[in-house]
Design a protein around this ligand. Structure first.
Ligand SMILES: Nc1ncnc2c1ncn2[C@@H]1O[C@H](COP(=O)(O)OP(=O)(O)OP(=O)(O)O)[C@@H](O)[C@H]1O
Ligand SMILES: [Mg+2]
Length: 223
């Protein structure tokens, strides 16, 4: 029979250890989230673009529902091709999805196409191994988000490597989110040499979602 003093002592020690273990777990969890965020490439500004700061209107509610469905089905389900004019919320929605999935401990790579192209340009005349490393950088996460596709004209080299990135996602059956201001025809033109093959794969992998309405940048500036 254990006497009462010993029992009280044991209970207190267990409670204390449990509290310490919970604290260590919470710290580890936060560290992992911070690392996932910094690896994702989501800048400080984009970390504030969440669903809670997204105002719903008749012009964007379909996109919002599609984004929420995408998260619920993740990592299954189709990707998203978010299109529409300047300032209608395409990047905001894409960043909100990234923030939400990172909170669920998924790995996400979020990059503007201009940054992707700069990296690809740096591989020009480099070994096949360097190019494969770049392709791996963009395809290893659970989700790739390419912001502003078509914004920059492509050379034969950048178009070919971008094709290899998209094709790897396609072959691995991984999800992808693309934002763009352009129609498919214009995208094809802007993406150069392999434009046709890139747009064809994106069309198969993604659900097209159109955002419309006024430019939120102008709306926010005048309010
Ligand atoms: N529904 C919304 N509620 C609140 N703020 C919004 C909403 N949609 C967009 N914004 C804000 O308006 C600004 C422009 O939005 P965003 O960058 O997502 O536009 P975009 O469609 O990606 O434009 P672009 O084609 O120029 O890249 C951002 O500051 C964003 O947070
Ligand atoms: Mg944008």
């Amino acid at each position: 029979m254990i006497d009462d003093d010993i029992l009280t002592f044991l209970r207190k020690s267990i409670a204390k250890n449990e509290a310490e273990a919970q604290k260590i777990l919470a710290e580890e969890r936060q560290k992992r989230l911070d690392k996932l965020l910094s690896d994702s490439g989501l800048g400080k500004k984009f970390r504030k673009r969440t669903f809670s700061t997204f105002k719903v209107t008749k012009d964007n509610h379909v996109a919002l529902t599609a984004a929420q469905n995408f998260i619920n089905e993740f990592p299954n389900g189709k990707g998203l091709l978010l299109t529409g004019p300047v300032g209608t919320g395409k990047t905001h929605i894409a960043a909100a999805i990234a923030n939400e999935l990172i909170k669920q401990f998924y790995t996400v790579i979020f990059r503007n196409v201009v940054d992707i192209i700069s990296l690809i340009v740096s591989t020009y005349h480099q070994s096949e191994k360097t190019i494969l490393e770049i392709i791996n950088t963009f395809t290893k996460a659970d989700l790739l988000i390419i912001d502003d596709l078509g914004k920059e004209k492509m050379t034969e080299h950048t178009s070919t490597v971008l094709y290899q990135i998209i094709n790897k996602i396609y072959e691995d059956e991984k999800p992808i989110i693309i934002t763009t201001n352009f129609t498919s025809e214009k995208l094809e033109q802007n993406l150069g040499e392999r434009g046709n093959a890139i747009v064809s794969r994106i069309t198969e992998m993604c659900r097209p979602i159109v955002l419309s309405g006024r430019d939120w940048r102008l709306k926010n500036a005048s309010s």
